[in-house]
Design a protein around this ligand. Structure first.
Ligand code: UD1
Ligand code: CA
Length: 479
């Protein structure tokens, strides 16, 4: 039996550990923020890698940190449910040095080690799984994920020997003209037999154009010892794309957006113009919802089924119920109920909650307020710190005066069910308008109004009992 076959036989269900290389300086980014914390489709680069690792069964996951290590640690912890350990690379001496630091942190672990870069956000979990299976099936000492790129500039090139086996990897800076023509590149994603990796890492040096320890040099070290090195070609070459500059951040960002939009469309979402639709990784959109041009869905936003969103909408961490319509609006940390209508030109700030069938219309700003089922704020209003009941109509120009400029205290406005607020009413909080009451145009409500009253003037005072019109048929439209 060849050594490879022996290894392969012993490898069934061997433990797997992962090392994420995230200690680099990211010089080409020219940023005060570490490269791996720059976001793509709402998720830091390192988050995309942790996401790709999520379905894998891993005995340990080590993240190598260097520059601004505390920031990277905190971010990484928040981006995965998996338990992480961190290894500090004191000096950024190259990927070979980073791998050594990561390997040291694995202690007595025996098995295979998956090494991934922190800056390749298009890598898929299935590809990692395929790579690991290939490595185990062949029993290689090392298996590198490669890809064929139409423009391989900047990547390490895979140099294969006469028999087609991988001989060595040469970095762009160290290539000959002939080697530069090679289109098969190193993705920086690897699986190693841990013992083979550990020994090989002690044999690499800095005798190269960048005077760094290259992880790629491990290939020739292993080959010289007669150890088998395998290459596993990625089906989708875009998975190889790393991000070294903000130019690449934008290019890869466009590809990731395209992938997210395609996924949504295949799941039953209509996207009128994918090129102008920006959906973060992790956002969900229900079937038969239509996303119009210039729609931006960010963070933990969830949109229901059969909604119409856009044009010109930006929703951040916002939940939208089924069959809602949102046009020309900005919302953050808001909840839009089923069949509710928002816009055009509406700003929903944190804590804005619209009940089923409610409306926040033109030039309306809502903050930390509940607008009850079927209630409407159709035009030109500010609603802050308010609790509005069911079937309330708020006239144009109404403002909840929630802030006392002298004391700095914010107070609450309560408007009970079936109230009609006349145009241009000022509700001076704290204040309550009782069930079924009406305010006249221009009323300044600074004292509570009991239920069933008509209140007018400044300050508004009840003048008589409200006459109640006979109930309209359900489904009848109110203006
Ligand atoms: C690396 C590969 C190259 C491959 C490319 C794929 C080497 C020598 N080169 O080049 O063959 O085609 O990735 O994208 O391996 N890092 C550290 N500490 C360091 C240096 C880097 O943790 O001292 C981390 C970085 O944070 C990054 C990853 O390692 O996440 C890769 O480093 P980077 O400098 O981006 O390598 P490339 O030049 O892209
Ligand atoms: Ca890179």
């Amino acid at each position: 039996m060849a050594t490879g076959e022996l290894r392969s036989a012993a490898r069934v269900a061997r433990p797997l550990a992962a090392v994420v290389l995230a200690g680099g300086e990211g010089k080409r980014f020219r940023s005060s923020t570490p490269k791996v914390l720059h976001a793509l489709c709402g998720r830091p680069l390192i988050g995309h890698m942790l996401h790709a690792l999520a379905p894998l069964e891993l005995a340990r996951t080590v993240v190598v940190v260097g520059r601004e290590s505390d920031r990277v640690k905190e971010a990484a912890k928040a981006l995965t449910k998996r338990k992480l350990s961190f290894a500090l690379q004191e000096e950024q001496l190259g990927t070979g040095d980073a791998a050594r630091v990561g390997d040291d942190a694995l202690g007595r672990f025996t098995g295979d080690v998956l090494i991934v870069p922190g800056d390749s956000p298009l890598l898929r979990a299935e590809t990692l799984e395929g790579l690991v299976s290939h490595h185990r099936a062949t029993g290689a000492a090392a298996t590198v994920l490669t890809a064929q790129l139409t423009d391989p500039t900047g990547y390490g090139r895979i140099v294969r020997g006469a028999g087609g086996a991988v001989d060595r990897i040469v970095e762009e800076a160290d290539t000959t003209q002939e080697e530069r023509a090679i289109v098969e590149v190193n993705t920086s994603v690897w699986v190693f037999d841990r013992a083979a990796l550990r020994t090989a890492l002690t044999k690499i040096d800095r005798a190269n154009a960048q005077q760094e320890f290259y992880l790629t040099d491990v290939v020739s070290v292993l080959r010289e010892k007669g150890e088998p090195v395998e290459a596993f070609l990625a089906q989708d070459a875009t998975e190889a794309l790393g991000i070294n500059s903000r130019v690449q951040l934008a290019e890869v960002g466009a590809l990731l957006r395209g992938r997210i939009n395609e996924g949504l469309m295949l799941d039953g979402v209509t996207i009128i113009d994918p090129a102008s639709t920006f959906v973060d990784a992790g956002v969900t959109v229900g079937r038969d919802t239509i996303l119009q041009p210039m729609t931006h869905l960010h963070g933990s936003t969830r949109v229901g089924e059969r909604c119409e969103i856009g044009p010109n909408v930006r929703l951040v961490d916002t939940v939208v119920g089924d069959e809602a319509s949102v046009i020309n609006a900005v919302a953050k940390d808001a909840e839009i109920g089923a069949r509710a209508q928002v816009g055009p030109f509406t700003y929903l700030r944190p804590g804005a909650v619209l009940g089923e069938g409610a409306k926040a219309g033109t030039y309306v700003e809502v903050k930390k307020s509940v607008i009850g089922k079927g209630s409407k704020v159709p035009h030109l209003s500010y609603i802050g710190d308010a609790e509005i009941g069911k079937n309330v109509n708020i006239g144009a120009g109404t403002i909840t005066c929630n802030y006392d400029g002298e004391t700095g205290v914010k107070s609450k406005t309560v408007i009970e069910d079936d109230v009609l607020i006349g145009s241009d009413t000022m509700l001076v909080a704290p204040v309550r308008v009782g069930k079924g009451s009406v305010t006249g145009a221009g009323a300044v409500v600074s004292r509570d109004i009991p239920p069933g009253q008509v209140a007018v003037g400044a300050p508004a005072r009840p003048v008589r009992k409200r006459k109640v019109k006979p109930q309209k048929k359900k489904g009848g439209r109110t203006k």
